[in-house]
Design a protein around this ligand. Structure first.
Ligand code: AMP
Ligand code: GLY
Length: 424
């Protein structure tokens, strides 16, 4: 098979690594890719939002399966463009990717189908939102821009003044662009967060092992929200009881709800869950692998990823038994100092050779590129260092040891990824 992967981050590197292991695959392309992905794939200089160019490329190269890693092209309808050209593609169509693309849609879906989530109201008029905040709201309260906002469109407001400023930022100043035309105002929940990713074929869902992300930039969950500074898998807080509850009230119900709405979902559903005192509730849905969740989940998956993805496309996922290794993995993101605000790029990176032939250690590239025959930094999140271990503690120790194998001048990381394990 010839496979095309669309995307350029650490998640796409983990997908490319996984695809490269499949005995079915003999050629991988990645658009646009990065310096690490280039080890497994021929990188092609086409942007992820250039649907027509990508489809033309897939036709020309006779690609057998295209895998879309990122949210923007999925929400923008890349799958519909490929399907219209008769191309096989893994991912939800536009009318299903809305599960991530519109928070107002996903909240209404959960309400209609009685899927546990925080209480909320949707607003498309800032005056009405302000009136609600002044008369009915309890604080703290959560404001969410409806559309995609790089994970940054969520504001937790402690009091009315903060919330009023939030409405201005999202709906009036349009800090997140059109994503803020509609806004969700939501009850603030407390508890542990867990991510569960799943494969879905329109009817059947198969969940993967659990993971937990660390979204804030600094140790102790301080600093600004980022795309994710590190992950561990499995989450010790995702107990068999939690799993049973979610299987009964969340996972299959979501898939059935989408099918009932005439929006059958094929691809990955990422369930962002909050384990509250009243039981697990959905924080958000994503329509793709998490980044850096994929970097801890995929190295532990025993299945051939191509077989599972083809089963999703063909609608026979019920034939697949998903299996994960009985171990743990931790990923520590090496970022450019100053991320997510301002940082330098183009800095040479040393030490990749240390990962050669080291079983259970992975150096997934996120923001890297080749410059004058050398690999240099090319983004805020630069690399994801993943290590496996028999236990979470061992995986954590291994991952932090491996972060020392890499050096670049403005290397920055959190030192407490997976620290929560100690409390489990
Ligand atoms: P989201 O993009 O919806 O996952 O929100 C980003 C982050 O904001 C989540 O990972 C939570 O840490 C936090 N968050 C979102 N919604 C809520 C809520 N209703 N209560 C408390 N925290 C929330
Ligand atoms: N790591 C969170 C996300 O990919 O949305």
């Amino acid at each position: 098979m010839k496979v095309l992967i669309v995307g350029s981050g650490g998640r796409e590197h983990a997908i490319a690594w996984s695809v490269a292991k499949s005995p079915k695959v003999d050629k991988i392309y990645c658009a646009p890719g990065n310096a690490g992905i280039a080890e497994y794939a021929e990188c092609v200089d086409i942007g992820a939002m250039e649907f027509e160019k990508l489809a033309a490329f897939a036709k020309e190269k006779e690609i057998d399966l295209t895998i879309v890693g990122m949210d923007d092209p999925l929400v923008g309808g890349i799958v519909d463009v490929f399907e219209a050209e008769g191309l096989r593609v893994f991912g939800p169509r536009k009318n299903a990717a809305i599960l991530e693309g519109s928070k107002a849609f996903s909240k209404d879906l959960m309400k209609k189908y009685d899927i546990p989530t925080a209480a909320y109201e949707n607003f498309d008029d800032p005056e009405k939102a302000l009136e609600y905040l002044r008369t009915e709201a309890k604080f703290p309260i959560v404001l969410k821009a409806d559309g995609l906002a790089l994970g940054k469109g969520v504001l937790i407001c402690q009091d009315l003044a903060e919330a009023e400023a939030g409405v201005k930022e999202i709906m009036e100043d349009k800090k997140f662009g059109n994503a803020g035309n509609t806004m969700v105002i939501e009850e603030f929940m407390t508890g542990r967060e867990v991510s569960v990713l799943s494969f879905v074929d329109g009817k059947t869902i198969r969940t993967m092992t659990s993971a937990q992300d660390h979204k804030r930039a600094k140790d102790g969950d301080q600093g600004l929200n980022t795309g994710g500074m590190g992950t561990f898998s499995p989450s010790p807080f995702y107990t068999p009881e939690v799993d049973e509850f979610c299987k009964k009230y969340i996972y299959q119900k979501t898939v059935d709800a989408m099918a009932s709405e005439g929006r059958p979902f094929k691809g990955i559903i990422f369930f962002g869950l909050m384990l509250t005192a009243d039981g697990p509730k959905v924080l958000e849905y994503n329509a793709r692998f998490g980044d850096p969740e994929a970097q801890v989940v995929l190295p532990r998956m025993e299945n051939d990823i191509i077989e599972v993805m083809e089963a999703c496309v063909d609608g026979n996922l019920d034939q697949i038994d998903l299996k994960f290794e009985d171990n743990a993995a931790v990923c520590v993101v090496l970022a450019s100092d100053g991320y997510p605000v301002k940082y330098e790029k183009g800095i040479p990176i040393q030490g990749f050779e240390n990962f050669k032939d080291k079983d259970g250690y992975y150096c997934f590239h996120a923001g890297t590129k080749f410059k004058d025959g050398q690999i240099v930094t090319n983004g805020g999140r630069v690399l994801g260092i993943t290590a496996k271990g028999k236990t979470l503690k061992e995986a954590r120790k291994n991952a932090y040891a491996a972060t020392e194998w890499i050096s670049f001048a403005n290397k920055y990381m959190r030192h407490d990824i997976g620290k929560a394990i100690d409390e489990a």
